[in-house]
Design a binder for this molecule. Structure first.
Ligand SMILES: Cc1cc2nc3c(=O)[nH]c(=O)nc-3n(C[C@H](O)[C@H](O)[C@H](O)COP(=O)(O)O)c2cc1C
Length: 231
């Protein structure tokens, strides 16, 4: 089977983190099942599939997560001063109460352990695997016309307590999901002047840290790609 590369790159370019454009329309069970199925097909260290997906339907629990967000946001805001602080205060950074679906993705650090193939020298690879599942879910959601927002302004210890997670299970991502009125064409944080996309060519090194690549064809191709993306 050949894969449509153009469709894939369009998907990657049009995926967005969504905070404020959720519609109230419910997400049908078969659509949600496909998204979870895509997440469950992610690569995982030693094929350990360390993830679980906790759907947060209970309104009181959602309110509790929102309160935790508000408190964490206040703490985070204090890290920024002056113009940066003003910009931070204007940002919308979650869709907890408006997204029809909330879910917490967790990582069971004991699954198939203690010795997991591929994880003995890099213990955090179970977390990386869980993040691969989240990215699959994110891309699948975009294909289905659903927006997804990752909310990390939450203390892991609070999430652990709120969802009664057993000791070896860590909360990795609190996600908001739902149909949206529209997707921004570029990252919202770029549009709101918080940050910009770094030039790819500056991030590609060769052989040693900080050494620019001498591959002229590659540099030219990256340049062409960046021009096309800017059009
Ligand atoms: C690990 C992780 C945590 C994030 N946490 C938040 C968050 O708490 N609030 C928020 O508004 N966006 C959050 N984001 C979304 C990023 O801000 C977003 O991915 C980035 O600005 C690029 O925009 P894009 O995803 O639309 O391309 C998070 C993204 C990742 C990968």
């Amino acid at each position: 089977m050949t894969i449509d590369a153009n469709a894939f790159y369009r998907l990657v370019a049009s995926r967005r983190d969504v905070r404020g454009e959720y519609l109230p329309d419910p997400v049908p069970a078969d659509v949600l099942a496909r998204l979870l199925g895509a997440a469950h097909r992610a690569p995982s260290v030693g094929y350990s599939q360390p993830w679980n997906f906790i759907l947060v339907n209970n309104a009181e629990k959602r309110r509790a997560v929102f309160r935790e967000f508000e408190a964490s946001r206040r703490r985070e805001a204090e890290q920024f001063d002056g113009e940066r602080r003003t910009r931070y205060d204007r940002l919308k950074l979650e869709g907890i109460m408006t997204a029809p679906v909330n879910l917490l993705v967790t990582c069971d650090r004991s699954r198939f352990g203690p010795a997991v193939l591929g994880r003995t020298q890099q213990p955090d690879t179970d977390i990386y695997s869980t993040v691969c599942a989240i990215q699959n879910l994110w891309l699948a959601a975009r294909c289905e016309g659903l927006g997804l927002g990752w909310v990390s302004i939450l203390r892991p210890a609070s999430l652990k307590a709120l969802f009664d997670l057993p000791e070896p299970v860590e909360p990795i991502a609190y996600l908001c999901l739902g149909y949206v009125s529209h997707f921004y064409p570029t990252p919202e944080l770029e549009q709101r002047g918080w940050n910009r996309r770094l030039p790819l060519a500056e991030l590609v090194f060769q052989d040693d840290w900080g050494e620019q690549t001498t591959d002229v064809a590659l540099v030219q191709a990256i340049d062409d790609l960046s021009q096309k993306a800017a059009e």
